[in-house]
Design a binder for this molecule. Structure first.
Ligand code: TYD
Ligand code: MG
Length: 455
């Protein structure tokens, strides 16, 4: 047999090259290229036409009645909501998130809840010793749950253990980067090891109809460590996010073959693990009194779920000609620059000699373009030191021309604000009057500025 050739695989993008290099030519990442053995073509495969010798698979129509297995709802409503109603038997789910964000805690709580409900659930930890996991479970008050707990990193050992007795309904692997398959060489955590380990576990889960949940590490830039390939292999990718130092956590589906990706689950990290937050707006609204300049509430939308957050702006006049700072927490700095430019060019307000700080309260991160108008209102209010009415919310998208554009689901946003006791809304002109809030409608940003400045 020919000696297997060496090849070099980028651990970030999976690109293959013939020789080692410091930087990947495909994705331009540094120090990600690792030597791997090339795939060996078996003599059987080389000799045979692929059209012969296989067992024909059954091909079915789209309309054929094939009953889908019932979802496994964990009973943690926020988790079930994010995954579209529960884990699907025979599916694989990948959950990524920064270290310490609470992935292990969340999955331990879900596993315990399912075990108490009478399901067979296996929790395999490659990161913590069994005693450590047990201790945590006891601290969370879950010590009595009949979870099948194991500390192992060898996929072969794990599958051997799972094959004793009936297959579990749910299997948690914490984490996939610690798993090792002896089918191929390489250290745990490399692309080929992660891929091979995941492949074997997924095959087992599909065959046995178990819901497999893989914990994945996240790299500095926020993608799930090592291979993108992992995201392609699984059915659902979840991301568990939150700001360090804040207690709230958001579970978000990035990919879901069995449901939508627009729902989120909101949790708060507390003494006794993760608590569900059924009304997230209460978490992000700081206690609001009258008369603070630069603050306004924005009704953000997460999927179909409105979420009220406070946007705070602060401007500080600079005496000398120093370059003023722009600092943003929880929003896009490019968008802030755009809003500032439109305020300068279309409304005649000058921020060029002022430092600008923008903050979204509670550590929440806004990705909704509808925040433009609220940010502009906060900036104008801060610059003029004139508070916006405390019971006002604002939303709308800003065009470079200074025109205000309507945004998706205006009614949902207005309804949520009315429910929480807000009285008025600053909105783009096309939004129609409906419901309890009194609307102040503006066609352009100039109109809003005049209103805020009392002109
Ligand atoms: P963990 O689930 O270990 O995070 P991950 O698996 O994502 O790395 O969460 C650990 C953090 O959560 C740790 O910093 C402490 C905090 N925590 C609490 O605040 N309360 C609790 O009840 C638990 C179990 C953890
Ligand atoms: Mg962990």
């Amino acid at each position: 047999m020919a000696r297997p050739q060496k090849r070099y695989v980028c651990q970030a993008c999976g690109g293959v090259s013939q020789r080692w290099a410091g930087q990947c030519t495909d994705c331009a990442e540094w120090n990600t290229i690792v030597e791997e053995a090339a795939a060996v073509v078996t003599p059987f495969a080389a000799r045979h036409d692929l059209r012969a010798g296989g067992r024909p698979v059954t091909l079915v129509g789209l309309s054929d009645d094939i009953p889908l297995p019932e979802r496994i709802a964990t009973g943690i409503a926020e988790l079930d909501r994010a995954i579209g109603g529960g884990f699907v038997p025979g599916s694989a789910t990948l959950i990524g998130g920064d270290p310490g964000i609470g992935k292990s805690t969340l999955l331990l709580q879900a596993a315990a809840k399912l075990a108490v409900a009478g399901r067979r659930v296996a929790y395999l930890s490659g990161e913590e010793a069994a005693d450590q996991v047990r201790l945590r479970a006891q601290r969370l008050g879950l010590g009595a749950a009949p979870v099948l707990l194991g500390a192992a990193t060898s996929v072969r050992d794990i599958l051997a253990a799972l094959s004793q007795g009936s297959a579990p309904a749910m299997i948690v692997i914490d984490s996939i980067q610690t798993m090792h398959s002896d089918v191929i060489e390489g250290a745990p955590g490399t692309v080929s090891q992660v891929r091979a380990s995941a492949q074997e576990l997924i095959r087992y889960a599909k065959e046995e109809g178990a819901a497999l949940v893989l914990v994945g590490h996240v790299t500095k830039d926020g993608s799930i460590a090592g291979p993108r390939v992992l995201e392609h292999m699984v059915d659902t990718v979840l991301s568990f996010e939150g700001e360090r130092g804040h207690q709230y956590r958001v579970l978000r589906a990035i990919k879901n073959r069995f449901g939508g990706t627009d729902e989120i689950g909101v949790f708060a990290m507390a003494e006794k693990g993760l608590e569900e937050v059924a009304n997230p707006s209460s978490l992000f609204l700081t206690s609001r009194g009258e008369g603070v300049a630069g603050a306004i509430v924005f009704p953000a939308l997460e999927g179909t779920r409105p979420l009220l957050v406070e946007i705070q702006a602060l401007t500080v006049r600079l005496a000398s000609g120093a370059t003023p700072r722009r600092a943003v927490v929880g929003w896009d700095s490019g968008r802030l620059a755009m809003v500032l430019a439109v305020l300068e060019a279309r409304c005649g307000l000058s921020f060029s000699t002022a430092e600008v700080y923008l903050n979204v309260a509670g550590g929440y991160r806004i990705s909704d373009p509808a925040a433009d108008l609220a940010v502009a209102a906060a900036l104008v209010s801060a610059l003029a030191e004139r508070p916006v009415a405390a019971d006002a919310i604002a939303f709308g998208e800003l065009a470079l021309s200074g025109e205000l554009r309507p945004v998706a689901h205006a009614n949902l946003r207005l309804k949520e604000a009315a429910k929480l006791g807000f009285g008025k809304a600053l909105v783009p002109k096309p939004v129609e009057e409906k419901g309890a809030l009194s609307l102040q409608r503006f066609a352009t940003l100039g109109g809003l500025v005049d209103h805020l400045l009392g002109r």
